[in-house]
Design a protein around this ligand. Structure first.
Ligand SMILES: CC(C)(COP(=O)(O)OP(=O)(O)OC[C@H]1O[C@@H](n2cnc3c(N)ncnc32)[C@H](O)[C@@H]1OP(=O)(O)O)[C@@H](O)C(=O)NCCC(=O)NCCS
Length: 146
């Protein structure tokens, strides 16, 4: 089964929240924050057989996009769905903004490998940026020649 990637609609927010709540390592956002991102930012969802299996969301800030979250539901992991989400996000960003930025927990190797695979480069570190547990954030950027 291949995954279909499309922009999220407001009525996807409950399914987005449901899979986000299953993940301990994901960033956690409220329903209102996701609705705001769907309305003004960039939220892409992955669907297989009409089931929402993952999403990536970004916020537009001063000519750049900042990835806020990327997540794939447990039963769909390691099947290339995040790859498809990132590929589509990067393709859209290239024609719209000068860069995509993000921060990620230092220990989150699956996410770091994913970003690196899509061309993101480490550009900095924020000491003890995260709480519970305290951990450094690694900053990544993907810059376009525009
Ligand atoms: C990170 C995450 C989105 C990857 O989703 P996925 O659909 O399983 O990833 P894919 O199958 O598309 O893999 C794409 C690439 O990601 C990297 N990757 C994914 N899972 C990995 C793992 N367990 N270990 C190491 N690298 C991994 C690899 O580079 C992989 O490419 P490869 O298959 O050629 O090696 C998923 O693990 C997840 O939802 N994690 C919890 C939420 C989270 O921490 N989000 C990130 C920051 S908020």
């Amino acid at each position: 089964m291949t995954v279909a990637i499309r922009p999220a609609a407001f009525n996807d927010v409950p399914a987005i929240l449901a899979i986000e709540r299953q993940s301990a390592s994901a960033a956690h956002w409220t329903r209102e924050e996701y609705s705001k991102l769907v309305g003004s930012g960039v939220v892409l969802v992955g669907e297989e057989a009409d089931k929402l299996c993952g999403f990536v969301c970004a916020r537009a800030v001063a000519g750049e996009w900042e990835i806020e979250n990327v997540l794939v539901a447990a039963e769909f992991l390691r099947r290339g769905i995040a790859d498809e989400l990132l590929r589509e996000l990067v393709q859209r960003a290239e024609s719209e903004v000068s860069a995509i930025l993000l921060e990620v927990r230092e220990s989150n190797l699956p996410a770091r490998r994913l970003y690196e695979k899509h061309g993101f480069r480490e550009v900095g570190r924020r000491r003890e940026y995260y709480r519970e547990p305290a951990e450094d954030a690694i900053l990544y950027a993907l810059r376009f020649n525009r």
